[in-house]
Design a protein around this ligand. Structure first.
Ligand code: 3H9
Length: 709
């Protein structure tokens, strides 16, 4: 059971006496975040409890689906309003009557800190307890580092805070984070019974600051040292993970109050940092992108039986993503041999997961029970949604859609996974254009979080809403995109890769470019990515576009030179890097450098040196400028949709919040000045986006365009 919400006019925290228990209910929809009103209300309630002799225990519960989801993230970056959360937690801990926190749903971050400051804790089934601050570039800043370590020991506390993962009620009981798990899911009844029991047994307040979880000093020192070594290796670009370790060390070595002061200083430093701003932006972006005019206005259609056309890498990856979400999948291939290959591809994805220990044979068997293959389109007569993933050729796609038009039931959603073809043209080729949608997955489709929901002109709103609903089922970040060559992500990729190629021909080596881009925070540089994906893919696209390319546009031939030698990257053992004996990490190749030298000479370029910073500035200016064009043309609804695309499909570091957020942090006027300076050399490539020019003229930034769609 969950407690029902009080009317909106009611205050964010109510308290009422139930016998001798003061029941304090936090009621601040949607997730009981600890904004100023809730903080004030909690202090008032505890003051009331201490002042009233008839109160013998206090029970804190949350209304709605959660206990408390944490500090109010929307307050960060704004002037602080007292009381602070540390003051609230300290006041709860000082209460002279026993305080029970009864937890259902989320008790996260500051929410768990309120529970830790309470004297007793009970959780019911479905509770999620965690300290996820690290995922927002923060650390628990209301005593959480000091109290959690004292309560459950250094190792368990570090593991919770460094991973940011939440745990369930049973696991919390095992760790000693809660005292008991409720017999039923009625959190109010369970909490009240616990409070009455404490009164009956004359239990005194039990303050977590006095808990003995760090008593084994040797074990604590070892846990801290191990966490520090591990964190130093893993937390590139992030500020808070090492500070979390420092705070737990402070919990071990300092008196409680000094530890709290130390934690506060570290917290404030993190809160004011750009990486916190980037990660909080990312948090909201991931939620905002799910909102589109269509999801607001229309209901999704049914989504149980799904068809996938094509069993290549993409089709198989999509099938696995669907199966993993519990959906039934029918794969169509043109003949038995192709179908067998397609099924084998699906199995291979699962076998790779089993080999890595991420999946059991039983789970694979269970998933494959929902998988069927067929060579006849008629097998899709019952499908609610079909995703076409055949090769990128307009005639082939139209042939598939003609079949779908013939066999699918009325109202079935017909989606294409094309990366760049004109979906309006595909839609116009059949009798039901209103049912045709783009669902653009990224490889590997069962892993990559991004799904571009591409919206053709004649599609009906409920079909678009169905695309978003599918993304939700697949736990993907859906971004609404308009129809154009490359949609949002690949269109931007083409431009910033061209900027990288220009840098390479002008004098930077591909190895320096990759390093500079990695040091910025991308997991890989552009040339490593080309080698991983296969250089032949881009080569084919370049050949396809050759006829329509502006003859005056700069064209760098280095990639073509490598492909002409059959150097397609990892799969051929050579690309921009050498991969000796099947190695997955490449080594620089002197021969590639001579090819680059020869191309520079052929193009009449006198090579010049670039610093890593200059490389990153050009790379990002190209990315930001094209992102702005995409927003300007309405292909992306808002700058935040571009941010989500780059963070979830193209490795843009989350802690930098995406290219558009990043542009705001460096200042749009600075980005514009860079673009104009680069345009001196190549005015055709570096044309400032009208959107940037307009925003700079009006003294505004991209964030000002990020209202809800
Ligand atoms: C912290 O606590 C710091 C302290 O240690 C120190 C302080 C001194 N604030 O996710 P949903 C909004 S840091 C404000 O779609 P679900 C969210 O934006 C915090 N708003 O629902 C959305 O708004 P909208 C540590 C918040 O059911 C709506 O609530 N805590 C907050 O799928 C529904 O959210 C965390 O990091 C917030 N804290 O999942 C927990 N949280 O409707 C962050 C959510 O306008 N939250 N909103 O789009 C979550 O993980 C999930 O929201 C939760 C619910 C699991 C709670």
């Amino acid at each position: 059971m969950t407690l029902s919400s009080a009317p909106e006019t009611a205050s964010a925290v109510q308290h009422e006496l139930r016998g001798s228990v003061l029941v304090v209910t936090i009621d601040h929809a949607p997730v009981n975040a600890l904004n100023a009103a809730v903080r004030r209300g909690l202090i008032d309630a505890i003051e009331a409890a201490d002042a009233d002799a008839s109160v013998r225990a206090v029970l804190i519960v949350g209304a709605g689906r959660n206990f408390i989801a944490g500090a109010d993230i929307r307050e960060f970056g704004k002037p602080a309003v007292p009381p602070s959360l540390p003051e609230v937690c300290n006041r709860i801990e000082r209460c002279e009557k026993p305080v029970v926190a009864a937890i259902h749903g989320a008790a996260l971050g500051g929410g768990l800190e309120v529970a830790l400051a309470s004297h007793y804790r009970i959780a019911v089934a479905g509770a999620k307890l965690g300290l996820p601050e690290v995922q927002l570039g923060l650390l628990p800043g209301a005593g959480g580092t000091q109290r959690s370590a004292r309560l459950i020991g250094a190792q368990a506390a570090l593991s919770m805070m460094l991973s940011g993962h939440h745990i369930g009620a049973e696991e919390a009981l095992r760790l000693g984070l809660v005292d008991r798990v409720g017999q039923s899911d009625d959190v109010f009844a369970e909490g009240l019974a616990f409070a009455h029991e404490l009164i009956a047994t004359k239990a005194a307040p039990r303050r977590t600051k006095n808990a003995r979880g760090l008593a084994d000093k040797e074990a604590s020192v070892a846990a801290i040292a191990a966490a520090r070594a591990e964190t130093q290796k893993k937390s590139r670009g992030l500020l808070s993970p090492l500070k979390i370790v420092d705070c737990v060390e402070a919990a071990l070595n300092l008196p409680f109050d000094e530890g709290l002061r130390f934690e506060r200083e570290q917290f404030l430093e993190c809160r004011e940092s750009p990486q916190r701003a980037g990660l909080v932006h990312a948090f909201f972006v991931e939620r905002e992108t799910q909102k589109s005019p269509e999801t607001r206005d229309a209901q999704p259609r049914a989504l149980d039986r799904i068809g996938v056309i094509g069993g290549g890498t993409m089709g198989a990856g999509i099938a696995v993503a669907l199966l993993d979400a519990g959906l039934a999948v029918t794969m169509i291939e043109r003949d038995e041999a192709s179908l067998e290959r397609g099924s084998a591809h699906v199995e291979k994805v699962y076998d790779a997961l089993i080999a890595k220990g991420r999946l059991t044979h039983e789970s694979k068997t269970r998933a494959l029970q929902r998988f069927h293959g067929d060579t006849k389109y008629d097998a899709l007569a019952d499908a609610d949604l079909v995703i076409e993933a055949v090769f990128e050729d307009m005639a082939a796609k139209k042939a598939v859609f003609a079949q779908l038009d013939r066999v699918c039931k009325p109202g079935a959603v017909l989606a294409t996974n094309t990366s760049y073809l004109d979906i309006d043209e595909i839609a116009a080729s059949i009798s039901r254009p209103q049912d045709v949608l783009g669902l653009h997955f990224f490889s590997p489709a069962n892993i990559m979080k991004l799904l571009e929901v591409v919206v053709p002109a004649r599609v009906s709103a409920d079909v678009v809403a169905t695309g978003f609903e599918l993304a939700k089922k697949l736990k993907k970040v859906a971004v609404r995109a308009g129809v154009c060559d490359g949609f949002i992500g690949n269109r931007m990729l083409a431009v910033y890769r061209a900027a990288a190629d220009h840098l390479m021909e002008d004098g930077a080596s591909p190895y320096q470019i990759d390093r500079a881009v990695r040091d910025f925070g991308f997991p890989m540089g552009p040339y490593q990515v080309i080698d991983l994906a296969g250089g032949d893919i881009g080569w084919a696209a370049r050949k396809r576009r050759a006829a329509t390319r502006d003859p005056n546009a700069r064209y760098v031939r280095i990639g073509d030179e490598l492909c002409e030698r059959g150097w397609f990257g990892q799969k051929t053992g050579r690309g921009f890097y050498r991969y000796e004996d099947g190695a997955r990490t490449g080594t620089p190749d002197a021969e590639v450098e001579s090819i680059i030298d020869a191309e520079r000479e052929r193009a009449g370029v006198k090579p010049r040196p670039f610093t890593d910073e200059q490389i990153v500035r050009r790379y990002l200016a190209a990315m930001i400028n094209e992102g702005a064009n995409i927003v300007h043309e309405g292909i992306a609804q808002r700058p935040l949709d571009v941010d989500a695309t780059l963070m979830h499909g193209f490795g843009f570091p989350r802690y930098r919040g995406g290219p558009m957020h990043y542009a705001d942090t460096v200042g749009l006027d600075n980005v514009l000045a860079d673009i104009r300076a680069f345009a001196q050399e190549d005015p055709l490539f570096w044309r400032a986006s009208p959107l940037i020019v307009d925003l700079v003229a009006r003294g505004r930034n991209f964030a000002s365009l990020n209202q809800t769609a």
